[in-house]
Design a protein around this ligand. Structure first.
Ligand code: B3K
Ligand code: ZN
Length: 866
């Protein structure tokens, strides 16, 4: 069977053509109704003045065309063509005004792209190509227009009517409905358009920008949820203040609206002046959000707000440049969190995510450059590579240039492209200009897929007291080595830093050298003994370090390095060696190093918890050619048990010592105490002495935060302890009626790695909580099952795979983005053992005729490519 998706063309960066037609102004009128909304569009169109006038082609999907006129004259059927992808008008002589009226059906829109209904309210999601499901338009990021919008709707059902820009007018209508008029003075591409209509309430605060503009900041949600919006409102004000202070960027409208939607495919969306969020990144209080949730909310709020400049004021020439806004904005949100909280901990968290998601993505069939050269469905490229690796590329620029020149470069980039659509080259050119540096080789980072490897060889000659380091880089293209900022330090036997610049290098700044060639040799003289080298402090480049450290060297590094990330990395490497090279001395070194940290009352408990954590199965897998899932899982479980036995007394002592602080409140010190105390709880629960579950149950009932309640419930369920069913019942009752906290216990259940897990998941899918149209719910049940429940999902008989494979076509028909995302959990399959490989080969092939969307077809094709 040939589907539309299979015949869809590949879109190539090399084929980019500027738009033949621009839209100077767009006037949109919406008569809102969930069953039939009419959209009246009046577009002031202008042909590209530098080319002969081309035929007009406007994107449009699932639109019922009711009227069409040019300059007031209705078009006869022969004067235009309307097909499944849009509208074509062949003969136009020049600038004109196009009038169209279309009808759409928001309540039938389960894709959550375009205009849709969530719990009775109307929302839009237009990035990347959702606007074409609202009206006919050149739906591409390099066509920007000034928008005027009128919303008309029933006043009782939709008392709140929001769109982009500034509110102009609002009032009643003779037919009992009401209207609101919005004007956005900043030209924007269609993907940044938004509207919201619903029975919503808000929390609100004033903000005065550094330019003296008074802004009303509103966070909107359903009445029952509005009390949980205060934290998000505070986070918004912090983000606005920080972007002024750190990057000199001020807000540019009279209102800034943020709205929570319970049905939302991604995390949030940066529509100009009207950010729409997945409710999980807005709603929070001590009872319904964990410490992690609070940090994530602040970070996503910051991210979307920072897009106002890096994305909205300066947007993208084409979707290949996606990382130009996403990588830059992730870098900006990472810095926001680092400036407001702990820089060291934030870097550890970001590098953990980079390695466990992006390095893994790069190791499989979904690997692609930060700027892909081609795609079939752009929604498939909102990936860890575009976001997280993209942010690392911006971070490297910051490292190479330093804060001053980086800031000058960014200011120049915003000034030069304000109101326009830019490319990666534009950003790099601004940075080169501001710093006077040649960054042409650096551009290769956006082109080459894969995680580069730096292979290190040491040679110490005691006779001449000289030490030679040979660094070889192995990237995607041996002919085109990368420009790599490499932080490094050397330590002597006493743990003192050797402050000498290698003779062969003019370091950019102390401790930083730049690799530009495939091979780079460094020499140090006058050393009585071989120094201990440390590399990539702060992860100065997103590369793998291929260096044969001995376990005792890693343990020393974990002690002497001042950089928290490098200390954490040394501990992680040690754990990895203990798991994958059991014959080495790594286990003893790990036991000692962990014991020393656990016993150190001076160390920040949150840092200790990060260092004590053991890499998960996928972390461990990313550079293994073959994945023996059972063996890795068992080795990891055995190691955790060994650590628990070895640390039993200290774990118990710290558990009690941290209790008072952990039960204090939501401040950083209490959250840090909770993170280590919960690790102690998890580890202790592996001991035979804890088999009655008394400690975990007391932890659960004595908890005053969701963080502790969830941690204890997780332990009870995952260890299968006697009080588990009681605790689960209590938790579900306490939070019944709240979708986000329900997602949390469902995800815990689906992740529980115990016998019967598959029946549990099957029962969830058949039960009252299953809502395949709600992306959060799908992720809570199926996402958690596939990603976290290693023994059940990867059952040797293939039953776990079969369960997911059966759901994917169902989900694909509902929401292609959600289905395609879930499909990517199979990205490792070719490295599995022959039995699992055979099952998946059959299972994935069989999926082919059942899929409808371009999204899922593209992911499936890449998974199956030889
Ligand atoms: N730009 C949006 C993501 C849109 C996803 C479209 N499939 C959120 C963000 O990165 O800020
Ligand atoms: Zn973003």
């Amino acid at each position: 069977m040939t589907t539309v998706a299979e015949t869809d063309p590949e879109i190539r960066l090399a084929d980019y053509q500027p738009p033949p037609w621009r839209v100077r102004h767009a006037r949109l009128e919406f008569d809102l109704d969930p069953a039939a909304t009419t959209v009246t569009a009046t577009l002031a169109l202008e042909p590209d003045p530098d080319r002969p006038v081309q035929p007009l082609r406007l994107d449009g999907e699932e639109l019922e065309l009711l009227e069409i006129a040019i300059d007031g004259r209705p078009l006869a059927p022969g004067e235009y063509r309307h097909d499944a992808t849009g509208l074509h008008i062949e003969r136009l002589s020049g600038a004109c005004e196009l009038h169209t009226v279309v009808r759409i059906v928001p309540q039938a829109n389960t894709r959550l792209e375009g205009l849709y209904v969530s719990r009775g309210a109307l929302f839009t999601q237009c990035e990347a190509e959702g606007f074409r499901r609202i009206t006919f338009f050149p739906d591409r990021p390099d066509v920007s227009a000034v928008f005027d919008v009128v919303l008309r709707a029933d006043r009782a059902r939709y008392p709140v009517l929001l769109s982009n820009g500034d509110p102009v007018e609002q009032g009643g209508m003779s037919d009992g409905r009401h209207f609101a008029r919005w004007h956005d003075p900043h030209p924007k591409p269609s993907y940044l358009f938004a509207l919201v209509a619903g029975d919503l309430q808000r929390v609100s605060a004033p903000f005065t920008t550094m330019e003296g503009r008074r802004v009303e900041v509103n966070v909107w949600a359903e009445a029952a949820d509005v009390a949980r919006c205060e934290y998000a409102l505070g986070a918004t004000l912090r983000a606005m203040e920080w972007d002024e202070r750190r990057f000199g960027r001020a807000y540019d409208l009279s209102v800034f609206n943020i709205v929570a939607a319970q049905d939302f495919t991604m995390g949030a969306m940066e529509n100009k002046g009207l950010n729409i969020f997945n409710a999980r990144y807005i709603l929070a209080d001590i009872d319904t959000a964990t410490d992690e949730d609070f940090l994530a909310i602040e970070s996503v709020i910051g991210h979307e707000y920072f897009h106002n400049w890096s994305g909205d004021r300066v947007t993208l020439r084409d979707w290949f440049q996606l990382s130009l806004k996403e990588g830059l904005t992730v870098f900006r949100d990472q810095e926001f969190t680092a400036d407001l909280h702990s820089r060291g901990l934030k870097r550890i968290e970001d590098v953990r995510v980079l390695k466990s998601r992006q390095f893994v993505e790069d190791a499989g069939p979904l690997s692609h450059p930060v700027r892909p050269a081609s795609y079939r469905e752009i929604n498939n490229f909102y990936t860890a590579t575009v976001y997280e690796k993209g942010a690392e590329l911006v971070r490297m620029l910051h490292t190479l240039l330093g804060e001053g020149a980086f800031r000058r470069g960014l200011d120049a980039y915003f000034a030069a492209h304000d109101g326009g659509a830019a490319t990666v080259e534009d950003l790099v050119a601004a940075m080169a200009q501001a710093s006077g540096r040649d960054l042409s080789q650096f551009l290769r980072w956006w082109e080459q897929p894969g995680t580069p490897r730096i292979e290190v060889h040491e040679d110490f000659d005691p006779a001449s007291c000289s030490y030679t380091l040979t660094l070889r880089q192995h990237g995607a293209d041996p002919q085109k080595p990368l420009h790599i900022p490499l932080a490094l330090a050397f330590y002597d036997a006493a743990g003192q830093r050797i402050v000498r610049v290698p003779e062969t290098d003019a370091a950019t700044r102390p401790g930083l050298i730049e690799l530009r060639d495939s091979e780079h040799v460094l020499r140090l003289h006058g050393l009585a003994e071989k120094p201990l080298p440390a590399f990539l402090q702060g992860l100065s480049a997103p590369v793998r370090l291929d260096m044969a450290y001995r376990p005792d060297e890693l343990a020393r590094l974990a002690q002497v390095e001042p950089d928290p990330l490098t200390r954490w990395e040394a501990m992680q490497r040690l754990a990895r060696m203990a798991l994958l090279e059991p014959a080495s001395d790594a286990l003893d070194a790990l036991l000692q190093a962990q014991a020393a940290l656990l016993d150190d009352p001076q160390a920040n408990p949150a840092f200790v918890a990060e260092c004590l954590a053991i890499p998960d199965v996928w972390d461990l897998s990313s550079d293994l050619a073959q994945l023996d899932i059972d063996a890795i899982w068992q080795a990891r479980e055995a190691l955790l048990e060994r650590l628990a036995r070895n640390q039993a007394r200290t774990l118990d002592a710290r558990y009690w010592a941290l209790s008072a602080q952990a039960l204090e409140g939501l401040d950083a010190a209490s959250a840090a105490a909770r993170s280590l105390r919960n690790l102690c709880l998890q580890r202790l629960s592996r001991l035979p002495a804890e088999i009655d579950g008394a400690r975990a149950y007391a932890h659960f009932t004595g908890a005053n935060t969701l963080t502790d309640r969830i941690a204890a419930l997780g332990v009870l369920l995952h260890r299968g302890l006697t009080p588990a069913p009681t605790a689960l019942r209590m938790f579900a009752q306490r939070h019944s009626g709240d979708a986000l906290t329900t997602d949390k216990w469902l995800a815990l259940l689906a992740s529980t790695p115990r016998a019967g897990a598959l029946d549990t998941v099957a029962a969830l899918l058949a039960g009252p909580h299953w809502q395949p149209t709600n992306p959060n719910r799908v992720r809570a049940v199926l996402g958690a099952f596939a990603r976290n429940n290693v023994p059940a999902f990867h059952r040797a008989d293939g039953a776990g795979y079969a369960l997911l494979l059966k759901q994917i076509p169902v989900l694909d028909a509902i929401n292609p983005q959600v289905a395609a995302r879930l499909l990517s959990v199979f990205e490792h399959w070719r490295r599995f053992d022959p039995g699992r490989r055979a099952q998946l080969s059959r299972g994935l092939q069989a999926l082919h005729p059942q899929l409808r969307s371009r999204d899922s077809h593209e992911v499936l094709a890449r998974l199956l490519q030889p």
